[in-house]
Design a protein around this ligand. Structure first.
Ligand code: NAD
Ligand code: GLY
Length: 389
């Protein structure tokens, strides 16, 4: 299998107006096109990649109001047709549900989709995950294209083919691996994204530096504020480096039997906090990941894997970027109430990364030195959580 070599990732420098990163998966390889303003030329990009195909756009109400007209105009300018009007769903994590999935599938089938129909997922990670899963199962598999409009989706969720929905048992517990045919990441769409969502996406950006790219983390320490402030060059660099890092990992381990697990840095704690908030608006997925990253480094330092100074450096950067370091810092997260530590441990027990009844944690020996382990005593995790009360 081919992939993008990690050692070729630039750590600084000017970005070309458009960058293409390839996810190398042999016959299922696909390009991620990254650039400011590329949504306006999406019709040409789709025609080149998927000639002669008909599209259905699926998006959420917020993104429909901001960016759907640009995509629709781009398609009509290129003489491309959609099968009916865009399907527009309510925004938010609640849309990653069985009921919304059923609604999408019903609408698609009522419109007479064919195997060659292509779904266009326009929006953040919620739309990407839901539409990708609908594409995986409708008529036993349709092609789909990711058109991510949040920082989180541009650097993470639109790449790698993980799709799915939540159930009342936990997050992302029903889904499929289904790779998109193309990713179109228009970084200019991020200018309409609220700061809270830019911060949430930033947690996934910093994750790549912490996993195995200390040079990128150092770059973020000086340029992270510019990324959050939507500086075009800083955003383009951060999205491109993140996509290269993710593409390299996915190319080696598409189905998460090895190195891909490292992409779950911060997620074991993060998903538990999301569950405590019932996946609602109190805690964004990226905010939960940021919190989880801080706790993964705290646990690593507590267990003697990571020098405390490195964990403190991570905390300083997360705090400087406005991300929470403790569940006690998150308004609305039910922390400090009796039973909250037990509830958190219980939620972790529903994580899909359980193997033989043991939880896999992604910990670190330092910045850029993440590793996976299933040998962490839960008493230590409990003790760490109790220090946060
Ligand atoms: P989201 O899709 O809910 O988007 C956040 C909010 O931003 C929504 O209200 C949306 O309407 C709005 N929005 C989107 N684009 C906008 C824009 N350009 N301007 C203004 N508002 C805009 O959330 P998200 O943070 O993008 O994604 C989180 C989801 O991604 C979670 O469900 C998580 O599980 C999933 N995820 C999946 C993967 C994967 O590999 N599949 C990886 C990471 C996260
Ligand atoms: N976001 C984790 C993964 O794609 O594997």
């Amino acid at each position: 299998m081919s992939g993008t070599a990690l050692e070729n990732i630039p750590e600084t420098g000017d970005m070309a107006p458009e960058t293409t990163v390839t996810v190398g998966l042999e016959a299922r390889s696909y390009p991620i096109r990254i650039g400011a303003g590329i949504l306006a030329t999406a019709g040409a990009a789709l025609s080149a990649r998927l000639p002669g195909r008909r599209f259905v756009i699926i998006t959420d109400e917020t993104v429909a109001g901001l960016h759907l007209p640009t995509l629709e105009q781009a398609l009509s300018k290129a003489g491309r047709h959609t099968l009916g009007a865009a399907i527009v769903l309510p925004p938010g994590e609640e849309s990653k549900s069985f009921s919304r999935l059923e609604e999408v599938l019903d609408t698609l089938l009522a419109r007479g989709i064919e195997r060659k129909t292509v779904l266009l997922a326009l929006g953040g990670g919620v739309m990407g995950d839901l539409v990708g899963f609908a594409a995986a199962i409708a008529l036993r598999g349709l092609d789909f294209v990711q058109i991510p409009t949040t920082l989180l989706a541009q650097v993470d969720s639109s790449v790698g083919g993980k799709t799915g929905i939540n159930t009342h048992h936990g997050k992302n517990l029903v889904g499929a691996f289904h790779q998109p045919r193309l990713v179109l990441a228009d970084t200019a769409t991020l200018t309409t994204l609220p700061l809270r969502d830019r911060r949430a996406g930033y947690a996934e950006v910093v994750k790549y530096g912490l996993i195995d790219q200390p040079g990128f983390f150092t770059w973020l320490e000086t340029r992270g504020a510019a990324v959050l402030a939507n500086d075009p060059a800083a955003v383009a660099e951060a999205v491109a480096v993140s996509c290269r890092a993710k593409a390299a990992i996915v190319s080696q381990d598409e189905r998460e039997s090895g190195v891909r697990a490292l992409l779950n840095l911060g997620h074991t704690f993060g998903h538990a906090f999301e569950a405590l908030c019932h996946f609602d608006d109190r805690l964004r997925h990226g905010e939960a990941v940021g919190l989880g990253i801080a706790l993964a480094f705290a646990l690593s330092a507590r267990l003697g894997f990571c020098p405390p100074a490195e964990a403190e450096r991570v905390n300083r950067h997360l705090a400087a970027m406005g991300l929470p370091l403790s569940p006690a810092d998150v308004p609305g997260l039910p922390w400090g109430e009796s039973g909250c530590v037990a509830a958190c441990l219980d939620a972790m027990g529903h994580d899909k990364k359980m193997a033989d009844g043991r939880l896999t944690f992604i910990l670190a020996r330092g910045i850029g030195k993440a590793f996976a382990t299933a040998d962490i005593p839960m008493a230590e995790v409990q003790a760490l959580l109790e220090t946060l009360n």
